[in-house]
Design a protein around this ligand. Structure first.
Ligand code: NI
Ligand code: MN
Length: 226
C-alpha cells in the first residue's frame, strides 16, 4: 500500500488494483502549491464531512477521473445535484463491500455543513479493510469514547489522525486515541495549514515516543509504502 500526502487531510492510497483519494483540498492550500491536481489519479474519492478544507477539489477531480464518491447521504446528494451522480451514500455505523475492500462510515465528533450552507449530514471517518492492510482515517474529530469500539470492529495496521488541535484533536488527545483504537502507528494530518493548527513536529514525535508510539510525518507530495 502506497500512502501519499497531498496536504492537510488529503491522502492518496494506492492499493493493488485501485486508488483511493481522501478529502481533496489542494487548490486552496498554501502549503500544497507544488501539487498538480490535474495529474492525480483515483477510482474513489472518500469525503469525511462538508467543510471546504475537505471538499474544495472534489468536483474538479471527480469530473476528470469519474471517480466514485463515498460519503454520507447528504454529501452524496449535494454533489449529485451538481451532476456528479457517481456516488455511494452511507451513514454512521454502516459498512459496504466495494471492489477494493470494505468501508465502514464511522462516527466523528465534529460539524458538517456544505459551502452553500446546506446540511453536510453527520461528519464521519472511514474504517478501511483491504487485502493489503487495514486502516482508520478519522476525518476531523475530537477524542471520543466511540474510538474504543474500533478494535472490536477492525484490527488496524495504521491510522491517520488529526494532531493540529483547536478544530480537532491535538497531540495529547491523539495519543489517547491511539490507545483507544489499539494502534501505535499513527500518521499525522490536519496541522500547519492555518495559523490555528501549527504544531512543532519534533515535540509531537517526542511525545508519541515517550509513550512507545510512532508518529509519522509525510511531507506534502511525498509517499510512504507499507
Ligand atoms: Ni472540519
Ligand atoms: Mn478540517
Amino acid at each position: 500500500m502506497k500512502i501519499t500526502n497531498y496536504g492537510h487531510a488529503c491522502w492518496h492510497i494506492e492499493l493493488a488494483s485501485h486508488q483511493l483519494l481522501f478529502d481533496p483540498f489542494i487548490s486552496g492550500n498554501p502549503l500544497a502549491t507544488h501539487i498538480d491536481i490535474d495529474k492525480i489519479q483515483c477510482d474513489y474519492i472518500l469525503i469525511s464531512h462538508g467543510h471546504e478544507d475537505h471538499i474544495a477539489d472534489v468536483e474538479r477531480i471527480a469530473r476528470r477521473t469519474n471517480a466514485k464518491l463515498i460519503s454520507n447521504f447528504e454529501i452524496i446528494n449535494w454533489f449529485g445535484a451538481k451532476g456528479l451522480s457517481n456516488g455511494h451514500p452511507m451513514n454512521i455505523g454502516g459498512k459496504w463491500k466495494f471492489d477494493f475492500g470494505t468501508i465502514s462510515y464511522f462516527t466523528a465528533q465534529h460539524s458538517s455543513v456544505m459551502p452553500d450552507g446546506q446540511s453536510g449530514g453527520n461528519p464521519g471517518g472511514f474504517l478501511v479493510e483491504t487485502p493489503q492492510g487495514n486502516f482508520y482515517f478519522s476525518g476531523d474529530t475530537g477524542l471520543m469514547m466511540d474510538m474504543k469500539l474500533i478494535p472490536s470492529l477492525l484490527k488496524l495496521d495504521f491510522a491517520i489522525l488529526p494532531i493540529g488541535d483547536n478544530f480537532t484533536m491535538g497531540i495529547e488527545e491523539s495519543i489517547i486515541a491511539s490507545d483507544f483504537i489499539e494502534c501505535d502507528q499513527i500518521i499525522a494530518m490536519h496541522y500547519d495549514t492555518f495559523g490555528y493548527i501549527v504544531v512543532d513536529k519534533q515535540i509531537a514525535k517526542a511525545k508519541f515516543e515517550a509513550r512507545s508510539k510512532n508518529l509519522i510525518f509525510i511531507e506534502i507530495g511525498e509517499s510512504l509504502t507499507i
